[in-house]
Design a protein around this ligand. Structure first.
Ligand SMILES: C[S@@+](CC[C@H](N)C(=O)[O-])C[C@H]1O[C@@H](n2cnc3c(N)ncnc32)[C@H](O)[C@@H]1O
Length: 467
């Protein structure tokens, strides 16, 4: 397997205490965790809006009617029989029903978590064809790299990383990171930064400082440059925030957008001569094509995009959308209403908040690229309709500069995390597969609140170079 040159070879990570973090009393943090709702962040950092959707209403809630409907139907049927005088038949049938339910539960790999590979978990028993973890069934678009290179880390490395990261994550100063990263992406960023061991980390989009804290845990002594309109300390009045002692903040009146920073000057100031040793992390909800072009111009090669939105979703044009092309496995979309894709999408929409159906995906003239043919930018504050040929040219451009494209898989299947947002049919298989409750528990993931698993949007690591 070809692999990118790591900035450093991997070494065990030291646990690192925050250089300066501010923590609020545990009771307040608990309240905040319990009320956590992740929604689209705002460019002005104005905090949660009253109109935000009840995003974390767990998938279990949505699944309950499904189970209850089935049992209710069975009871109704048996009651009708008993109403006609067949009390014995009713009792025996009830016993058989209970036996079937218990045998179903015990036959699954995860004891109570129904395995996706079990035929019972799918069709048949509950009379529905809803697949709880139908990973990749609607295709997983990805960007082709120039020479087919991929990352050098393996799923074993990811598992090992998870084991190490969970206790670190538990010490995070910002327990409720509404509008910021949840567990999956925090792990992804930590893992990538720790693996690459850069000499400088640049972050665009800091919010309260959670991602700065994650970068700091990954690489204890590396300087950080953080660009964000508001300084994280501005959030302190409302709760915890993280301010790093080895970070230069371009915030407040010193804020400069990533595309306008004099990067040669900043590199010189810090004695950075090898730009391949710099990691740039974007969580600023800007058009990712624009950010790739700006990074190329500055000479940066290692980029992470936090919100790599799926086609038909999100507030900015993402690499995933750009590369969602007909010639890519799982790419392109049919806007035919009478199609398997349309049926599966409308079914999945009932179960996953981020799933999009054909109505949402397809705009006039059956446009589906970007979001209904729009190239969104800056938290959807600016957007432009583009033609398919422009969208296609964008993908050709991205492919021409791409050395590596790697999407972080979800950390665990939804039967374990109870995440209710991303549609598994559009993502790759998770690191901890559905049903592997023992492993989930051993890794310490069962200790975390379900709400922290609700922010997965296909975080991506890319390596780029001029054509
Ligand atoms: C989703 S939040 C970042 C969350 C943060 N990374 C975390 O994990 O906690 C997006 C941030 O981007 C900031 N932002 C808006 N426009 C920006 C820009 N042009 N450059 C950098 N940051 C920007 C917002 O103010 C907000 O703080």
């Amino acid at each position: 397997m070809a692999s990118p040159t790591p900035l450093h070879s991997p070494t065990p990570t030291r646990r690192h205490r925050p250089i300066l973090s501010v923590i609020i009393p545990p009771s307040t943090m608990l309240d905040r965790v319990l009320s956590l709702r992740r929604t689209t962040p705002h460019s002005d950092d104005s905090g949660p809006s009253a109109s935000t959707a009840p995003d974390d209403e767990s998938k279990i809630r949505k699944h309950q009617p499904f189970f209850f409907n089935a049992t209710t139907r069975a009871f109704n049927y048996l009651s009708r029989l008993s109403g006609s005088g067949s009390y014995w038949l009713f009792a025996i049938s009830l016993l058989l029903l209970l036996l079937s339910v218990s045998s179903l539960l015990f036959s699954s790999r995860g004891f109570v978590c129904v395995s996706s590979s079990s035929p019972f978990s799918r069709v048949g028993f509950f009379g529905s064809d809803v697949l709880e973890s139908d990973f990749g069934a609607l295709g997983v678009p990805w960007c082709r790299s120039k020479h087919g290179k991929t990352v050098e880390w393996t799923s074993k490395d990811l598992l090992k990383g998870l084991e190490e990261f969970v206790p670190i994550y538990e010490t995070r100063p910002i327990k409720n990171n509404l509008h910021g990263m949840g567990f999956d992406h925090s792990f992804g960023l930590w893992f990538i930064a720790r693996w690459l061991k850069p000499d400088l980390m640049i972050e665009s989009g800091a919010f309260k400082g959670h991602s700065t804290w994650v970068l700091r845990q990954a690489v204890p002594d590396t300087p950080i440059i953080s660009l964000s309109p508001r300084h994280p300390d501005k959030y302190l009045k409302k709760g915890p925030a993280y301010v790093d002692g080895n970070c230069t903040y371009f915030t407040g009146k010193d804020f400069v957008d990533f595309g306008s920073v004099n990067w040669p000057k900043e590199m010189k100031k810090r004695g950075i001569t090898d730009l391949s040793r710099v990691l740039v992390f974007f969580d600023d909800h800007q058009n990712e094509l624009k950010r790739v072009k700006q990074s190329l111009k500055a000479g940066f090669q290692h980029l992470v995009f936090e919100d790599n939105y799926d086609t038909g979703t999100g507030d900015h044009y993402s690499l995933r959308q750009i590369c969602d092309q007909f010639y890519i496995r799982g790419g392109g979309h049919s806007c035919f209403r009478d199609s398997d894709e349309a049926r599966m999408r409308s079914r999945n929409k009932k179960f996953w908040e981020k799933a999009v159906d054909i109505e949402e995906l397809c705009g006039p003239g059956e446009t589906w690229w970007g979001v209904r043919g729009y190239m969104r930018d800056n938290f959807n504050h600016s957007n432009r309709r583009i033609s398919y040929s422009v969208h296609f040219q964008n993908s050709r451009f991205v492919e021409s500069v791409l050395d590596v494209y790697w999407e972080l898989p979800p950390v665990a299947g939804p039967s374990l995390t109870h995440q209710s947002r991303y549609d598994p049919a559009r993502t790759s298989s998770p690191i901890v597969e559905d049903g592997r409750f023992g492993l989930f528990q051993r890794l310490g993931l069962a200790r975390l609140d379900n709400s922290v698993f609700n922010g997965y949007t296909q975080m991506v690591y890319v390596q780029i170079s001029e054509r």
